[in-house]
Design a protein around this ligand. Structure first.
Ligand code: CLA
Ligand code: PID
Ligand code: PID
Ligand code: PID
Ligand code: PID
Ligand code: PID
Ligand code: PID
Length: 312
């Protein structure tokens, strides 16, 4: 297709730049400017809306392209192979072409709003400047091809299941865990702290397992889960907590998502996360909430998971 061909040209223009970026730099975990969680949440919300509007099949293929690319990483900077670099660009170009232009620009504008204007120049200073310029020229040509192939309207909204066992169980889970949700400091910057003692390549292995799980999920249910999160963001209070009803809808949507993939795929995520998350992390989280609320939430979760497993 045209976007695939354009991605090869983009690769010619940008792979030198890709090799010069230190993808293992811990700086990419930081906020790109002043830490302002509620503004950042607005930017994430625009990404969620864009994801929910995208063609689920193309999202799945983009996840698969990223998984493949993680498999061909080499060298100290963590760069993928030239072929996989091109394949990721092509897959993302197709995802972007599957949503209306305004959805893409809404992400751009909201990310710009939380990004310090000095950040791009600083990023450029870490690589060979002319290679960054060349990559950007390549991007500008690529985007014209994407725009030419872009849809005018979003894909249809998800079909949300109702009256299912997971939906019922989500009510009980949400009743049991909403007090815990209200205890959590959602506006803390602790969630942007590096994982104690873990390197970027180690952490990437756990992310890879999530990508694999995402690629296996039912596309309609994934879209429904994104829509549920978008709705939940719309009902947050000043502390970032969503309404009880929207929290329940999120739990139901995630439960259905989990049930749409094999158990081993879920356990692969859990086990790989357990490898990179030191026990000090959950202990620290636990120390900041009412322990009775956390234990009640955990109990609710263990009951819920049996219902999910039964529909898996
Ligand atoms: Mg989510 C999970 C935040 C958007 C899909 N997500 C999580 C949690 C964290 C979170 C609360 C990971 C950390 C954890 O396990 O804490 N998500 C979060 C935010 C946003 C977001 C702030 C921003 C909008 N997510 C989002 C989108 C999608 C997802 C757009 C795609 C549709 N998210 C998604 C999945 C999963 C998450 C599939 C998870 O599996 C993971 C999770 O919750 O695993 C348990 C603990 C969890 C909580 C504090 C909230 C849930 C409370 C449960 C139901 C009961 C509590 C159990 C116990 C006390 C703690 C866990 C024990 C552990 C051994 C499992
Ligand atoms: C400017 C001035 C003009 C010239 C110009 C110009 C530049 C415009 C630009 C630009 C626009 C632009 C846009 C970019 C957009 C990037 C969008 C990224 C989206 C990320 C998402 C992430 C996610 C997910 C995902 C799916 C999940 C939801 C999420 C589901 C259902 C200024 C040059 C024209 C770079 C969507 C993918 C996992 C949130 O106009 O004179 O330069 O860049 O998890 O959804 O699972
Ligand atoms: C524009 C103007 C509007 C019209 C429009 C428009 C276009 C927007 C576009 C577009 C945005 C866009 C974005 C693209 C992004 C591509 C990103 C590619 C990333 C590839 C990576 C590969 C890799 C890896 C990996 C992880 C490793 C690092 C690597 C570690 C820690 C402008 C059309 C709406 C194409 C990251 C995955 C293995 C490097 O908005 O008027 O057209 O395209 O090895 O991580 O090692
Ligand atoms: C300039 C002037 C214009 C011309 C121009 C120009 C240059 C702009 C530039 C540039 C922008 C730019 C951006 C870059 C962005 C790179 C982003 C990389 C992200 C990597 C991540 C990696 C990671 C992980 C991971 C998970 C870990 C955390 C991490 C945990 C919990 C100035 C040329 C346009 C290079 C996210 C995945 C392992 C961080 O605009 O005239 O030159 O470069 O380790 O999670 O640990
Ligand atoms: C234990 C001991 C027994 C008792 C037991 C027990 C506990 C097991 C547990 C547990 C398992 C478990 C699993 C959990 C899994 C969470 C999985 C999260 C996945 C997140 C994903 C994120 C993403 C995306 C997304 C889609 C994108 C890709 C991504 C596309 C196409 C130990 C109690 C049984 C919590 C997939 C969603 C946006 C990466 O077994 O004696 O306690 O918890 O962006 O994909 O866009
Ligand atoms: C298990 C054992 C295997 C069988 C199995 C199994 C099950 C795994 C499961 C499962 C995993 C799972 C995960 C669930 C996660 C739910 C997470 C809900 C999160 C809700 C949020 C709501 C909100 C917001 C929001 C953003 C705001 C904060 C909030 C800010 C900054 C165990 C079946 C495989 C259900 C986060 C979105 C508005 C609170 O593996 O043997 O069954 O379920 O307002 O952010 O303000
Ligand atoms: C313990 C002992 C057992 C019993 C038990 C137990 C407890 C475990 C616990 C617990 C685990 C736990 C986890 C919690 C996790 C919360 C995660 C919240 C994530 C929030 C995010 C918010 C955000 C943003 C956002 C984007 C911004 C950055 C942020 C930028 C660029 C110990 C009870 C089982 C509470 C990600 C979205 C706005 C950070 O196991 O016997 O009690 O709690 O602002 O992006 O700025």
């Amino acid at each position: 297709d045209e976007i695939g061909d354009a991605a090869k040209k983009l690769g010619d223009a940008s792979y030198s730049f890709a090799k010069e970026v230190d993808w293992n730099n811990g700086i990419f975990l930081q906020a790109p400017g002043k830490f302002q969680p509620l503004e950042a949440l607005k930017a994430i919300d625009k990404m969620i809306e864009m994801g929910a509007a995208a063609d689920p099949k193309l999202l799945k293929e983009a996840a698969e392209a990223h998984h493949k690319a993680i498999g061909s990483i080499s060298g100290p900077n963590g760069v993928t192979s030239r072929a996989d670099w091109d394949a990721v660009n092509a897959a993302l170009g197709r995802v972007i072409a599957s949503v209306p232009k305004a959805k893409v620009m809404a992400v751009y504008d909201s990310v710009k709003a939380i990004t310090d204007p000095g950040v791009p120049a600083y990023m450029k200073s870490l690589v060979n400047g002319p290679d960054a310029e060349k990559a950007y020229q390549g991007f500008l040509e690529f985007k014209d091809v994407v725009e030419k192939n872009q849809v005018a309207t979003a894909s249809a909204p998800a079909v949300v299941p109702s009256g299912d066992k997971i939906g019922e169980a989500a009510k009980a889970l949400s009743d049991a865990s909403y007090p815990f949700i209200k205890d959590i400091d959602w506006l803390s910057d602790v969630y942007l702290k590096p994982l104690p003692g873990k390197t970027a390549p180690e952490t990437l292995q756990a992310i890879d397992k999530m990508i694999v799980m995402g690629a296996k999920m039912d596309g309609n249910l994934l879209k429904a889960a994104a829509e549920a999160h978008h709705k939940a963001i719309g009902s947050i209070d000043a502390t970032g907590v969503t309404s009880a009803a929207d929290y329940e809808a999120v739990n139901a949507a995630i439960g259905r998502l989990v049930a749409s993939v094999p158990k081993t795929t879920v356990m692969d995520v859990y086990n790989s996360m357990a490898k990179v998350v030191d026990s000090s992390v959950p202990n620290n989280m636990f120390s900041k909430v009412n322990p009775l609320d956390a234990v009640a939430a955990a109990k609710g979760f263990y009951t819920f998971k049996d219902v999910v497993e039964a529909s898996q």
